[in-house]
Design a protein around this ligand. Sequence first.
Ligand code: ADP
Ligand code: MG
Length: 324
Amino acid sequence: MNEFSLIKQYFQTSDNQRKDVLIGIGDDAAITQIPEGQLLATTTDTLLESVHFLKESQPSAIAHKAMAVNLSDLAAMGAEPAWINLSLSIPKADEIWLRAFSDKIKELTEYFSVQLIGGDTVKGSLAITITAQGFVPSDSTLTRSSAKPGDWVFVTGTLGDASAGLDILLGKLEAADPTHKHALVNRHYFPTPRILAGQTLRRLASSCIDVSDGLLQDMQHIVEASGVGVILHLDRLPISRALGSTVPHLDQALGYACTGGDDYELLFTVPEVHRVSVESAMASYNIPCTCIGQVTGANGKVDLRLDDKEYELPETLQRGYQHF
Ligand code: ADP
Ligand code: MG
């Protein structure tokens, strides 16, 4: 199978044609139309074998993660996803792998009403790069840089599950209960981008980021970009039943929740005037969200409290992900 028949067979589908795609896959470039009054948000993420996913990962899980991490970046900007580009480096044209991978891409593009509009296909070691684009109303961009002292710090969902799931797969953590084990491993393989939450936070949140590298590291990004400080109350961190009962020791559970990556929850700050609106909007969409702290004027610092006492995470548990 050559490159062109591969693209045709697996990626150039005729369904899911958005009206704003004038030219999609098949020409030298895609041509798309941005709606009036909207700005374009663009993000790219690359997934490498053994760095971002385990060698034994199923193609459907790899496709899911490649889509989810990019859509999560759009969510953190409050963007409505629209278009996807897929750059694929594969060692060989394995038809079973390609079928499973492309079926999952197709399933998720349909689910999120986005269209795959182009990409590139090359032979090489396994690497997947997705570029996702979406729209934000020009008067309501959501960034990392506008948190103000007094704002409340919130996070969606639960923290630490994905990295506990990874540790289970790596044999570093034991999960006696099969239901909890499944829940944690699933969160590692199939993260859910908080698209609806992100759009709900437009005009309400003062800053927002997605938790990809761990709560403390991503909180630090908001703190630095906004020139503020933050107090986090660790006793308020949302910890799932699956994580809490798999890791009964509090320090260890907090370690996962504070520094475990790949949860793809949204971490955001809300001015007092919008607090009730945010809580009721999230509740009306059934999106769990928890107030975990408050923004302070103490520049550049993330202070931790446990039961209102200063707390320091044991060094062995500090492990937010960094490539270099
Ligand atoms: P060119 O040589 O002009 O760069 P290619 O042969 O790489 O074009 O690609 C042909 C068409 O197929 C282009 O529209 C490109 O965007 C699309 N394409 C290539 N690979 C992929 C892929 N993995 N997923 C989606 N579209 C792809
Ligand atoms: Mg090309």
